[in-house]
Design a protein around this ligand. Structure first.
Ligand code: ZN
Length: 383
């Protein structure tokens, strides 16, 4: 997730906050302050909004506990989690791979709302204990108890990818033993729930005059709809990529160039005639020493292209992202996306053994999809 900054590291998991979380913080401070002002008229607005801000920060921490519950449960089931993102609608634990059986999915998912429920109970208990103390303190406890209860219940709405939707998917998966069908059903339900939220929000805003909370609800609905669609597509791509390694998709015999080749020769011999976007630079032992692209040529004035060797303009191997032939295609795609590069040299023991670029991956996925569609309609080749 771009535009996120790291705020902490807990148990080996990096915690990132996306800038949109600041909007959530402002909204919670404002709505919390409003609520407190109505409940405790003697506080005055300054105290009410200050307590609202403290509540927002504590709420942020309880959302984090919810996510950590998912992450640590995942880790206990051999699914490593490296990052947690907190953004406008809460948090996301980034699992690099989905659980491979419905039981694990169920456990990892239920851990989050369970943590929120426990927190709700804890805060209600603290509220009961602190009831005769300062009103600012027990008000926060009551607020956090209520919000965590809502958080647990909201997350249990069966709209994939909300926790409830994941629970629904795991149950369908358990029954049908078919992850694909389960994902399709759960994300359609999620999509439908997203539309209900949008409709409900608009009704609230325009029929009942609750503009801010109505728009907020519609906004959540729109997010749910988008997330349901994206999760479904991601799940389908993951499935197509399952069991595919870089070596199955890479170009095993890419054009290469020696380091002393003049820029001019590279451009006219490789980039223009062969329509390559990037050419790996290798030494006589086929060891990769760099990668050169058309845009690198702009570093040197045109009249020097016939004399300057490409080793002067290439990106050296140390600064390159590379993959190995046995890496999974999914991992390679993650690297392509994360570093916004178009191609990755494939390296084995320092030697160049192939090139993987986006076009290869897209072509491959397209082909797989066509083959599957043909097989599903019974028109596939029968061998
Ligand atoms: Zn959750």
């Amino acid at each position: 997730m771009p535009n996120a900054f790291k705020v902490a590291r807990i148990g080996g998991i990096d915690i990132f906050v996306h800038w949109t979380w600041l909007l959530a913080f402002a909204f919670v401070t404002w709505s919390g302050g409003d609520f407190y002002q109505q409940q405790f008229k003697h506080w005055g607005p300054g105290t009410a909004y200050l307590v609202g801000a403290v509540s927002a920060i504590l709420l942020f921490l309880t959302v984090l506990v919810h996510e950590l519950a998912h992450s640590f449960t995942a880790r206990a089931h051999a699914l490593p989690v490296k990052t947690i993102y907190l953004f406008i609608f809460g948090g996301v634990s980034n699992l690099p791979q989905e659980p491979d059986n419905p039981r694990t999915e169920l456990l990892v998912t239920v851990a989050g709302p369970a943590a929120s429920l426990v927190l709700a109970g804890l805060f209600f208990l603290l509220y009961a204990v602190a009831q005769h103390g300062p009103s600012q303190v027990y008000a926060i406890f009551a607020y956090l108890g209520a919000v965590n209860l809502i958080l647990a219940l909201f997350n249990l709405i069966p709209g994939f990818p909300l926790d409830g939707g994941r629970v629904l998917r795991a149950i369908i998966w358990l029954i049908t033993k078919n992850l694909r069908r389960a994902t399709r059903i759960a994300s359609s339900v999620g999509d439908a729930i997203g539309y209900c939220f949008i409709l409900g929000g608009l009704i609230e805003a325009f029929l009942f005059g609750q503009v801010v909370s109505g728009i907020w609800l519609a906004f959540i609905g729109w997010f749910l709809h988008n997330a349901a669609t994206a999760t479904y597509q991601q799940a389908m791509v993951d499935r197509l990529l399952l069991g595919i390694d870089v070596r199955n998709v890479m170009d095993p015999a890419p054009f290469t160039a020696p380091p002393d080749l003049p820029i001019e020769a590279l451009i006219y011999r490789h980039l223009l005639t062969e329509n390559e976007r990037a050419v790996p630079v290798i030494d006589p032992d086929r060891d990769l020493i760099g990668l050169v692209t058309l845009s690198d040529a702009r570093k040197v004035p045109r009249e020097e292209w016939s004399i300057v060797p490409i080793s002067r303009i290439m990106t050296p191997v140390d600064a390159l992202r590379t993959v190995m032939p046995g890496d999974t295609l999914r991992e390679a795609m993650r690297v392509l996306a994360e570093h916004s590069v178009n191609q990755l040299p494939v390296i084995s023991d320092g030697r160049l053994v192939g090139m993987l670029n986006r076009a290869h991956v897209v072509r491959y996925l397209h082909m797989r999809q066509q083959l599957e569609a043909a097989a599903a309609s019974g028109r596939g080749p029968r061998l």
